[in-house]
Structure formats: C-alpha cells, structure tokens
Design a protein around this ligand. Sequence first.
Ligand SMILES: [Zn+2]
Length: 406
Amino acid sequence: MLQSSQVDQGALSAFPLTVPTYKFGLEQERYQSIETKAIKRGTTLSELLQSFDADPDVTANLQASALRSLDATRLVAERPYTIFTRRGETIPDFVVYEPNGYEQLVFDFTKGNSYVRAEEVTTQLLHGEGVVNSNLWNSVTDQGYSAKLALGVQRAIESAISLRSLSKGDDFEMIYERKLVSGEDKGVGRVKAVRLRHNKRDVIAIHFERPEDGINGYYNLAGENMSSGFLLSPVPGARISSAYNLRRFHPVLKRRKPHYGTDYAAPRNTPIVAVADGKVIQVSRTRGNGKFVKIKHDDTYTTQYLHMNKHVKGMRVGDWVNQGQTIGYVGSTGLATGPHVCFRFWKNGKQVNHLNQELPMGKPLPEHLIEEYFQERDTMLELLEYDYDAVLDGHATKEEVDSTKV
Ligand SMILES: [Zn+2]
C-alpha cells in the first residue's frame, strides 16, 4: 500500500506571468472602476449575474458557461468578486469571482462567456486510507483530514452505496488533490478516486471531467456514470410524512382525495433542492398549492415543489438549476397542516410515484471520451495499487467488478 505521501506532481495549465498593471489578466488602466466586494451568504450564481442588469441573453449565456466549471450554483459566502467597469458604462466588462485561493472564474460580459483562470497552481495527488469504525465521515475526519475531504469522499460514492449500510471494518482508500500556489498549501482540491470495500466487494469511483463536453462526475470501472440523474428526495434526510396514495383521506379537506405527491416533513425554512438539472417553468402561488416552483428536466420528467415558505430570492422562470441546488424553503403555504414539501413528480404529463420509477442515471460518457476515461481510470487504479486484471481472473466476474451497486 502507498503511504500518505506525494505520489505525483504536475503543474496545471500555467498562465502568463502577470505584471503590476494587470489584475486577473485584465489591464487595469482600461477601467475607471475596479471594485472588490464579498459574496453575501446564500447568494446564487444567477442572483449575482442578474445584479449587473446586463442583457438577459448575456446573463443566461454567462450562467450556462459558468455552470460547466462551478461545483454548485450557490456561491461561497465571503469570497471576493471584483467588478471591472469602463468609463461611462454602467454594466461591467468583467466580473471576477474567486471561489478559492488558487483560481478565478472570469465572467466576460462583453462576450457572454466565462472562463477559469488559475494562478500557477501545483497539484499534488495524495493517497489516504482508513477503516470505518462508526461512519465514513468520522473515519476520514478522525485522521485529521478536513471536512471538505470527507464530503468529497462521500459524494464520490453515495449514489453507488448507501452510506448508512456501511459497517465497522469496511475499509477505503482515496486519491485526492492538494493545491499549492508558490509552494503554499491552498487546501484540498477534488477527490479523484475512491475504493471502498464493503461486504467483500469493492466500490470504485473515478472522477472524470471534460468541461467542454459538460462532463464532470464519478464513473465506475465500466465507465458508467455513478450518480443518478435524480435525487430521491428534495429535502435530503427528511422524513416522508405522507406517501403518494390515490385513496388518501385528506387531513384538511376531511374527504377522500388522491394524493399525487410525496410529502416530506421538515422544519420551516429547511432548504428544498432541485432533484435534477432542469429549467424553471413556474414560480407561482395558488390557494391549494401555496408557493411553489416547477422544473422541467427533459421531455419526459417535470417536478414540482409545493407549500414553500418562500422560493430562493431572484429565482425566475427560465432559470437553469442544477441537481442539488436550493430552490426554496420548507413552509406551510396553501392547504397544509404543518411545514412540509409536497413533492410532485410528472412523467409524460402524468403525476406518478417517483419512488416506484426506474429513474434515468446521470449523463453517460459520450462515445468519444470513453478511451480517455479508461486511461484516467487505469492511472487511478495504479495509484490505488488496484490490480484490475487479478480481480477479474481470481475473484469475481467482470460484471461483479463493474457493478457499483452493493
Ligand atoms: Zn402532498
């Protein structure tokens, strides 16, 4: 096994050296105003972009291109962003957001495009391992690793295995990035690979990213996307207070009325998240539904979230949302006895019980990237000292090894 030490080191794309008159690669003299502000807690990408009152098409293009490089549309509170505005203009030419200490997301309002700009960053790949005692989170953080790393490890495998099913003695290995700028530790980057052994089976998740193709996620040994295209609940961890039931007795109306949704009870103002990527098609309020948001995911699936206390500020019809993005907060507006979300799931225009559906998996790797993915996979398996062929020959069928379901 590898020790917790540096196993590889390579510089990310290096950008030209900056001279004092440049900031983030932009020539400072061209701007009358260069103003730096801090992101307010809870601000979404869409809110930030809309706040500059640019042409809505430009804003939409900026948002779409930025979503390829951002992990979440929720921006990191207190991180700086800098606004570059020319003399006589009200709309900036550039806005530069710094989500961390080593890269910047540059929004070019003149072109409606965004790009990531990195300092001269060195990325180290590090190896870590552990044994589950109480839960996976603790077995990562108990070793002194950061919460960010623990979260990264969980995210890598949570779609393939229920974190609650892990038991004492399960062991794991991880390959993760550490970012350095001028030799200074700027923290953990991505989790690149995880191997988790549970019930004598290995679950392996390999990170693969090709922003230009909209690919960024974890894949199994066969190259299949490991994450579902849909989350099972719009309020992760909330209890189902009333299931989808076509013969339900309605607690407020006191009569039989089909319940076309699944109710998730949670304290008022608990965040409600979009269960899949999609486009907001309704932000509205009715007497029965209260405040609600409706999202169209594709030609087949649409979801609706009822009884919100409020939706996220600035959310509008036409906004794109990502899976897991907060869209509103639990409430009891409309016909509701207490705070909950009534989650409605539409398939081909009909409301169905989403828990009975075979939902599509996340976006598959496009054909032209599969070979590249396999190369990445093999590099990671080497770092994990994982002998794929020996496993195939000795212990399991290819299907078993490839299967990420445990
Ligand atoms: Zn309901």
